[in-house]
Ligand binder design. Structure first.
Ligand SMILES: [Zn+2]
Length: 264
């Protein structure tokens, strides 16, 4: 654990150390922080790059896919040269080139029920860059059990949404299942693969996830917990909607729910 900033830290992070909300103490906190990023896709690319650039000391990147040519329109961790490599290995190279001091741990297993708890335990906070409902429900539950904040985003077409779930650390805070109690039937909703997505939109929301993660790690600003940001870049519109804990939430409403695993 680092206890003081080196002169190279002061130079590299000068523009954010200047911010009174961060300062030297905040930078030290970021350097000692561990963040899990689930998914090295469009959201995870922007989130991981900005977290690495900001000096978050240890990133745990989980993804089981390989880089495909069709990923490169939005997944800026990866390059044409690295098509065919695992996304995690590609992510490690991109992060090392940007900020070699960041420690990177890779998880290339598909995240299923058995592995998700161990993954989430490795971080102080989790960024959800996954592209499917099963992973979102699994992470929501794992973060509840492990008492970790979860910064969540989703994108499709020209639209995206973003929020932070603090149900693991604040008993009054709503969770993903308070917002969406039950997963949609498989195949009933469009996906980026079937309906497309604007690459720049994934960058906007992934970068915003990095900003929310930094706020949560430092305890500064106003948390997005209990607020859902909705963005439509085609029409240049965004909204912030408040939502509350659901007293009948199948996960977080009752202490008894802790022992019940939800299988998406
Ligand atoms: Zn809930």
């Amino acid at each position: 654990m680092l206890t003081e900033l080196a002169s190279s830290h002061i130079e590299r992070y000068a523009r954010q150390i200047l911010l009174p909300e961060i300062g030297g103490a905040g930078q030290l906190r970021l350097l000692n922080a561990r963040v899990v990023v689930l998914g090295a896709g469009g959201l995870g690319s922007a989130a991981a790059l900005y977290l690495a650039a900001a000096g978050v000391g240890h990133l745990i990147i989980a993804d089981h896919d390989r880089v495909e040519l069709s990923n490169l329109q939005r997944q800026i961790l990866h390059t044409t040269e690295r098509v065919g490599q695992t996304k995690t290995a590609s992510a490690r190279q991109a992060i090392a080139a940007l900020n070699p001091e960041v420690q990177v741990t890779l998880c290339t297993e598909r995240i299923l029920q058995e592995g998700v708890d161990a993954l989430v335990q490795q971080g102080d906070l989790v960024v959800d860059g996954s592209d499917n409902f099963a992973s979102r429900y699994l992470l929501n539950q794992a973060c509840f059990l492990a008492k970790k904040p979860l910064v969540s985003a989703a994108v499709l077409g020209f639209e995206g949404q973003l929020t932070t779930f603090r149900h693991g650390v604040d008993a009054t805070a709503p969770c993903y299942r308070c917002l969406y109690p039950h997963p949609p039937a498989p195949g009933s909703t469009p996906t980026c693969r079937s309906a497309g997505v604007l690459g720049a939109l994934t960058g906007i929301l992934g970068a915003w996830q990095a900003a929310e993660a930094i706020k949560e790690l430092l305890g500064v600003g106003e948390t997005l917990a209990g607020s859902l940001l909705l963005l439509n870049v085609l029409h240049g519109q965004w909204q912030r909607i408040r939502f509350a804990k659901n007293p009948a939430c199948p996960l977080c409403a009752s202490p008894n729910a802790i022992g019940e695993r939800h299988v998406p």
